[in-house]
Design a protein around this ligand. Structure first.
Ligand SMILES: Nc1nc2c(ncn2[C@@H]2O[C@H](COP(=O)(O)OP(=O)(O)OP(=O)(O)O)[C@@H](O)[C@H]2O)c(=O)[nH]1
Ligand SMILES: [Mg+2]
Length: 597
């Protein structure tokens, strides 16, 4: 067996072939692959391949957990207010009855899906809800704390962290147990009493001796045990919310509500209950004790740790096999602005990337340069080209946006032609590029299929297939099957098949046979799409309409790399998005801004 100088002591003895070398499993050190990748004996290409493999493997090990915008929040509902020990005082009435008020409830915490939010960045990591007010003399009860509403974007998935998750914070009972740890039994009892009882000043010692206090304490502990059991039961059914739809209350919509009727705003979903308030001393009045000098403190509010995950909100989702050209297409549609990597190996894209497509009234979608005819090459090629330009001093002479605008103004004054890029933006929509989907992705082959969560809510899906491949129709069949395995009915959201890499078929210099072959292939794909890929028409809720109407997918051959025939794709996509937004009652989102304003 060959050894490298950085091997750690052997831990296990199975033998692994790792990138052409033979190691024991233990011999691959913690940062093994990176050290291997940097090994000077490897060619740059081999190092690069190793680095890629490591990245893809890391992604696979996450089991789909690292695909989305997510955060963990720790919530503490409000504690209940303390009960009060007081006695009524009145002229000529020296021994009035006990008159301490009860404490108010601590605030409950709700999670409310809100349409105008788009990221989880506005959600704080630690949330502490207000406590209930304490009771006061003359039977005045404490104020109930108003509920605390945590607003999250629509499309958020809320999961309570399981008990064995190291990221979870302690719940209210565990926190108390930790506080009491290491104390002697007497100290422990004193501390527990202190946390639960309010005494009339200086009367704590005397109260503790009384039989009725001991009885009250037993009852309190009994109640607490029941609460604790209920809390444990609740923890066995951890919170899981898929907040896909905005909350609505019937009252808020009622047109016949009386004038001045308070609008009842939706509160959302209760995730942590506030603690109950303590009871005042009148509650402990008994035939044997006419002046109870104790009251209870409020209960602590629930503490929960939640993981929030946001499903991305892209209008159109691209679905395709690895190397079909999804990332190239997104770059072409966004004028190269979407920073998604393009390379000629499978699983280049490891995370969904969203780009914005801006469309002018005339259907063009120009950005910094003319997109028709622009070449969107592999990232490494483009970077090399950019480096070359930089070294050649090209960028030093580049005009700033203001300089360019000044030149345009000048040209307009002289009556020259309007700059083609000075078009009014009429519409914009977002497109999500995704990792490649392969056969059996549902069985966790490749990167699995959990990234599809990000386009579950898209208005339309676009299949991207490689037209230069052997059998693009087989790709389509597999993609549709995998979508259905991920979520039955999801493939009904598909609207278009983009047959990419058309430039490789029958282009310049191709023989007549090649052209005929290309035509025949496109014809066969067209037939397959027409006959086999029909999808049901959906209603506003995303369910097939009652009449069972179906429609055929659009098929557009394009070349993403050379930006050919993309206007047609953009036009069709705009149509789907407009239609879906109208159907779902969403603002169509027409904007009127200069592209370069
Ligand atoms: N000739 C030609 N090549 C293309 C075209 N579109 C993409 N390619 C090439 O195909 C390869 C893969 O492109 P990507 O955009 O990375 O493919 P992808 O579908 O995003 O791949 P994954 O991220 O691995 O799923 C790259 O080498 C591209 O340059 C095209 O229209 N014509
Ligand atoms: Mg890609």
């Amino acid at each position: 067996m060959r050894c490298t100088p950085f091997l750690k002591p052997l831990r296990a003895h199975s033998v692994t072939i790792f990138a052409g070398r033979c190691y024991t499993t233990a011999a691959i050190p913690e940062a093994g692959p990176s050290k291997l990748a940097e090994s000077p004996s490897r060619s740059p290409a081999a190092q690069d391949e190793l680095r890629r493999k490591r990245r893809t493997d890391w992604k696979r090990r996450q089991n789909g957990q690292s695909f989305l915008d997510h955060t963990i929040i720790h919530i503490r509902a409000g504690n209940g207010g303390n009960g009060c020990v007081a006695f009524h005082r009145e002229l000529f009435k020296p021994y009035g009855p006990p008159s301490g008020g009860n404490g108010g409830r601590g605030a409950d915490v709700y999670i409310l899906p809100t349409p105008h939010l788009t990221t989880l960045s506005s959600v704080p990591n630690r949330i502490r809800a207000p406590h209930g007010g304490s009771g006061q003399g003359t039977w005045q009860n404490g104020r109930n704390a108003p509920p605390l509403i945590v607003r999250v974007p629509l499309g958020t998935i809320v999961r309570e962290l399981p008990r064995d998750d190291p990221r979870r914070h302690k719940d209210e009972y565990e926190a108390e147990a930790e506080d009491l740890q290491g104390l002697k039994p007497q100290e422990r009892r004193d501390k527990m009493r202190e946390r639960r009882w309010v005494h009339y000043p200086e009367w704590a010692e005397d109260n503790a001796q009384r039989e009725d206090f001991k009885h009250a304490e037993r009852v309190l502990f009994q109640q607490e045990r029941e609460r604790r059991r209920a809390r444990r039961m609740r923890a066995e059914n951890p919170i899981f919310l898929d907040l896909d739809k905005p909350e609505e209350t019937a009252e808020a919509e009622d047109p016949n509500a009386p004038l001045g009727h308070r609008r009842v705003e939706p509160m959302g979903h209760l995730v942590a209950q506030g603690g109950a308030g303590g009871v005042g001393n009148p509650a402990f009045l008994s035939p044997t004790n006419r002046s109870p000098k104790w009251a209870t403190r409020g209960y602590p509010g629930e503490r929960v740790s939640l993981a929030l995950e946001l499903k991305l909100l892209a209008d159109v989702g691209l679905v395709g096999m690895p190397n079909a050209g999804k990332s190239t297409l997104l770059r072409a549609l966004t004028g190269g602005r979407a920073r998604t990597e393009v390379a000629g190996y499978a699983f280049t894209t490891l995370n969904p990337v969203v780009g914005v497509v801006r469309v002018a009234a005339d259907g063009s979608f120009a950005f910094d340069g003319p997109t028709e005819g622009a070449v969107h090459d592999e990232t490494s090629v483009e970077e090399a080209r950019e480096r070359e330009l930089m070294v050649g001093g090209e960028f030093a002479d580049a005009l700033t946006r203001n300089q360019r605008r000044a030149l345009q103004d000048e040209a307009r004054e002289k009556g020259g032609e309007t700059d083609p890029y000075e078009l009014m933006e009429a519409f914009r929509f977002t497109v999500a590029d995704n990792p490649g989907l392969i056969e059996d992705a549902s069985a966790d082959v490749g990167l699995g299929h959990s990234f599809l969560r990000s386009i579950e809510r898209s208005h339309a899906l676009a299949y991207v297939v490689d037209l230069s491949g052997e059998a693009p129709w087989d790709e389509l069949r597999v993609l549709r099957e995998e979508l259905e395995r991920y979520k039955p009915g999801m493939s009904a959201n598909a609207r278009i098949v983009i047959a990419n890499k058309a430039d490789l078929l029958g282009g310049e210099g191709a023989s007549t046979e090649d052209v005929e072959e290309a035509k025949a292939k496109l014809g066969r794909l067209e037939r397959y799409v027409r006959e086999e890929m029909k999808v049901p028409v959906l209603d506003a809720e995303g369910n097939p309409v009652g009449s069972g109407e179906t429609r055929t997918l659009d098929l557009v051959p394009v070349s993403a790399k050379f930006s050919l025939n993309l206007r047609k794709v953009v036009g069709l996509m705009q149509g789907y998005v407009e239609e879906a937004r109208m159907r779902k009652g969403i603002d169509p989102g027409v904007v009127g801004r200069l592209f370069h304003s």
